[in-house]
Design a protein around this ligand. Structure first.
Ligand code: HPA
Ligand code: ZN
Length: 328
C-alpha cells in the first residue's frame, strides 16, 4: 500500500471552502448570479493573497443560500473526501453562512446537512461531525450569535466550536464569551491561530480561550518555549501544509515545520483546509509529505491515531472509526 492509499482522518475542513469551483459555477448559473470575477479562465478560484482569498470565499457563499444548497454541497464534498480515502471528517460550519446567525434558520440548514451526511455515510462509508465556527472579522457580537446556535444544537453531531477568519482583526480574547458559552454547552474547542498571527497568537488561543486544538498553529515553531508548552498541555495542531504553501507561509513542503513540530513531541495532524482553493486533496497532502520527509506508512498511521484521539466525536464513534482504520 502506498501512503496515499491509507485510510485518513481529516479534522480541519471548511465546509464552504471545500466546494468545487464547478459546483459554485453551477449554482451561480441556476440562480443567475454573476460570479465570473472569482474564477480564472481555467475555471479555478482566483485570489492573490489571504485577504483576497477570504473575499473570494465569501463571494462564493453568495450562491449557497438555502438548506437544499447545503444538502447538495455536503454530498459533493463527502463524495470527494471519501474518494481520497477519508473515513472520518470534521467540517467547519458557520451559522453566518447558514441563515445569518438566526437559530431557526440554522436548525433548517443543519437538518439538511445531517440528512446528506447520513446518505454519504451509507453510500461512501465516511462519517462526518460538525464544528460550528464563528468568523473572526465579523466581530465578537456576531460570534455570540454563532455560539448560541452552536450551544442550542450541541450533541452527538455538533461536537465542537471554533473560529476562522482573518487573524489580523481583533484578539482571541475578544471572543471569550462565545467560547465560554460553547464550552458550557459541552462543546470541544479549537481556533485558528499561528497561521498569519505569530507564536503569541497561539499562546493567546491556548491561554485566553482554553482550546484543546489549534487550527494551523505552525508558527509556534518560532518560539521554543511555546513548543514545550504545546507538548506539556497536549494541544493538537490541525496542520494544513498545502494551504500554508499556497498562501506563502513557507516556500514548499520541505520547508514546512510539520516534521520539526512532530519530532519535538507536538501532536500534529494533517488536513486540507479549503482543498479546491489550494489545489490539494488528502491524497496529495500525504504524497507531498511522504516525498518531503520520507514519511512511511507507519508515520501516517501514527498521524491518524493522533487525529482520531483528538477528534471531537463521542467514544462509540471513535471506536467505530478506529475499526475502519485497522481494517481498511
Ligand atoms: N483560514 C481562516 N479562515 C477561513 C479559512 C481559512 O483557511 N477558510 C475559511 N475561513
Ligand atoms: Zn482553516
Amino acid at each position: 500500500m502506498t501512503v496515499a492509499d491509507l485510510p485518513k482522518i481529516e479534522l480541519h475542513l471548511h465546509h464552504e471552502g471545500a466546494a468545487p469551483p464547478a459546483f459554485i459555477r453551477q449554482l451561480a448559473h441556476e440562480k443567475r448570479v454573476d460570479l465570473s470575477r472569482i474564477f480564472k479562465s481555467d475555471g479555478s478560484y482566483d485570489f492573490r493573497n489571504f485577504a483576497h482569498f477570504l473575499s473570494v470565499y465569501e463571494a462564493a457563499c453568495e450562491v449557497l443560500k438555502s438548506p437544499e444548497d447545503f444538502r447538495r454541497l455536503t454530498l459533493a464534498i463527502l463524495e470527494e473526501s471519501a474518494a481520497n480515502g477519508v473515513v472520518y471528517s470534521e467540517t467547519f460550519l458557520s451559522p453566518d453562512f447558514c441563515g445569518g446567525g438566526d437559530l431557526l434558520a440554522w436548525k433548517d440548514y443543519l437538518t439538511a446537512i445531517q440528512d446528506a451526511a447520513d446518505e454519504a455515510e451509507r453510500k461512501f462509508g465516511i462519517t462526518l461531525r460538525g464544528v460550528v465556527t464563528c468568523v473572526r472579522h465579523f466581530g465578537p457580537e456576531q460570534a455570540k450569535r454563532s455560539a448560541h446556535c452552536a450551544a442550542e444544537t450541541a450533541g452527538e453531531w455538533i461536537t465542537g466550536f471554533g473560529m476562522g477568519g482573518n487573524e489580523a482583526v481583533g484578539a482571541q480574547g475578544d471572543f471569550k464569551w462565545a467560547f465560554e458559552c460553547a464550552r458550557e454547552a459541552g462543546l470541544r474547542l479549537t481556533t485558528h491561530a499561528g497561521e498569519f498571527g505569530g507564536p503569541e497568537s497561539v499562546r493567546d488561543a491556548v491561554r485566553d480561550l482554553g482550546v484543546e486544538r489549534v487550527g494551523h498553529g505552525v508558527r509556534a515553531i518560532e518560539d521554543p518555549d511555546l513548543v514545550h508548552e504545546l507538548v506539556d498541555r497536549g494541544i493538537t495542531l490541525e496542520v494544513c501544509p498545502g494551504s500554508n504553501v499556497v498562501l506563502g507561509l513557507f516556500p514548499d513542503f520541505a520547508a514546512h515545520p510539520i516534521a520539526k513540530l512532530r519530532d519535538a513531541g507536538v501532536k500534529v495532524t494533517v488536513s486540507t483546509d479549503d482543498p479546491p482553493f489550494f489545489h490539494t486533496t488528502m491524497r496529495r497532502e500525504y504524497e507531498m509529505l511522504g516525498a518531503a520527509f520520507g514519511w512511511q506508512v507507519e508515520d501516517f498511521a501514527a498521524l491518524n491515531e493522533t487525529a482520531l484521539n483528538a477528534a471531537f466525536c463521542d467514544e462509540e464513534t471513535r471506536a467505530r472509526v478506529k475499526k475502519r482504520l485497522e481494517t481498511s
